[in-house]
Design a protein. Structure first.
Length: 214
């Protein structure tokens, strides 16, 4: 699987990057990455050190899912996480759904030994929380839709031979979960419209092979 990915990903980049809308193609690939500043109200940036819970509901949900230790002595141990906003950030699934019945939770890298940030999505069914989506990536944008379930943009990253590659992918709510649509950008260089469909297929293969979707 690893060998297949290493062959596929550079080939996909070689095909996409020359055709991306970018003022400075020399920036791709990059050694370091800075999260872009929010450009509109739908863009999401997360600093866990500045994060906070709005009520006791968030901690209760974490306990219900057994994602944290309510008896942890502090909120500094990522491998033994307290039920703290320093490790977890919550988002309502829809404006009309109470947080306790439907939500997204973003988890800081390192928590429970996991190397990357994760995004988990849950809905309550017959009184029990059910995971409908899992991503080895993090939420960077929500786009309102008529259905009430926002389209979401999830950012995935991978280091290959010392270089960082990031790709921003769009997911739409369909049949009770978020469904992959396409990838819009690689290393913040937007893929041209005429290549979106063909690259969507190749990048989906990468996401599946690397188990970025679960």
């Amino acid at each position: 699987m690893k060998k297949a990915f290493l062959l596929l990903f550079p080939m996909a980049l070689a095909f996409v990057l020359p055709a991306c809308d970018s003022e400075d193609p020399e920036n791709v690939p990059v050694k370091e990455h800075k999260v872009p500043e929010p450009v509109n109200d739908n863009t999401i940036s997360t600093d866990f050190n500045a994060n906070s819970f709005k009520s006791n509901v968030e901690a209760d949900l974490l306990k219900e899912l057994m994602l944290c230790d309510p008896n942890a002595p502090n909120d500094t141990e990522e491998k033994h996480p307290a039920c703290s906003p320093k490790f977890f950030r919550f988002f309502q699934l829809t404006n009309k759904t109470p947080l306790k019945d439907g939500f997204m939770v973003m988890i800081k890298a390192g928590v429970n030994g996991w190397p990357t940030r994760r995004l988990l999505i849950f809905e309550r069914e017959q009184g029990k929380l059910v995971k409908v989506n899992g991503f080895n990536g993090y939420l960077i944008e929500r786009r309102p839709t008529a259905s009430g379930y926002d389209d979401i943009v999830v950012r995935f990253g991978e280091r290959i031979d010392g270089y960082l590659y990031f790709y921003n992918c769009v997911f739409t709510w369909k049949d009770g979960k978020y469904d992959y649509q396409l990838c819009e950008a690689i290393n913040d260089s937007r893929i041209k419209a005429e290549l979106m469909d063909s690259m969507a297929v190749e990048i989906k293969k990468t996401l599946d092979e690397k188990q970025y979707l679960f």
